[in-house]
Design a protein around this ligand. Structure first.
Ligand SMILES: [Zn+2]
Length: 239
């Protein structure tokens, strides 16, 4: 009799524990499911979107890196843009860009819209944190704008050198072109994402919000180029 009672108590205890476990799982935040987490905007997020002239501190960082000795664009024509973006874990992150003053307001508005929409951008750091080595920045999937440099395989100053171009999630949206009969992919680790018929994460195409916003602001998309395809790249022609 005593054993029977013990068995019943044991069974009830197990049932209660199972119920508690299920309740805990339902009640616990859905953070564990990663990408399905709803993006929550930071408090006072609007204060984090601002444009400044290039401070001494930022200019110091840029020296010999994105701002090279032969740079033809004056410091006064550049702007520092501070933003927030939603990272791949749906967390709010601070982002920094340097760009031409002519597109600073565009970038502020575009990144604000992307943030409000929870559009995922992994990193937005100054390219100077990668020694202004574009390949390193792209390989780390860093999104950036100004960098006084030439277009690869040419002597032509890139639109990035004028601060009027932005690269978004470059690892998943590589720059693809034919050079001496072979396909060049930048960054090199973006090779798995060259075939755009695939279902690629963070893919920029004509249905993508990022594409739509940049085009609304008068930018051209490198994915529309004929001779090469620069899926990460948006640039604006200024007077
Ligand atoms: Zn670019």
């Amino acid at each position: 009799m005593r054993i029977k009672r013990l068995c019943v108590i044991l069974l009830i205890s197990i049932a209660v524990l199972i119920c508690l476990g299920i309740c805990y799982k339902i009640g616990s935040p859905s953070k564990e499911v990663g990408k399905d987490v709803t993006f929550e905007m930071a408090d006072n997020w609007k204060d984090e979107f601002y444009i400044e002239e290039i401070s001494d501190e930022v200019f110091q960082k840029m020296q010999g890196a994105s701002y090279k000795e032969n740079c033809t664009i004056p410091r006064e024509s550049l702007r520092y843009v501070h933003i927030l973006h939603c990272d791949f874990n749906n967390e709010s992150r601070e982002g920094e860009l340097v760009c031409n003053e002519a597109v600073a307001q565009d970038l502020l508005e575009i990144f604000k819209e992307l943030y409000k929409s929870g559009y995922q951008i992994e990193k937005v750091r100054l390219v100077d944190e990668y020694g202004a080595v574009d390949e390193d920045s792209m390989a780390d999937n860093n999104s950036s704008a100004f960098n006084y440099r030439t277009i690869s395989y040419t002597d032509i100053i890139s639109a990035h050198g004028m601060g009027v171009a932005v690269d978004i999630n470059p690892l998943y949206n590589p720059y693809v072109k034919e050079v001496d009969g072979r396909t060049s992919v930048e960054p090199a680790n973006g090779a798995p994402y060259v075939d755009r018929t695939q279902d690629i994460p963070h893919k920029i195409d004509h249905d993508d919000l990022c594409y739509k916003l940049f085009v609304q602001h008068g930018f051209q998309w490198g994915g529309d180029w004929i001779d090469s395809k620069d899926y990460q790249h948006f640039e604006k022609t200024i007077d």
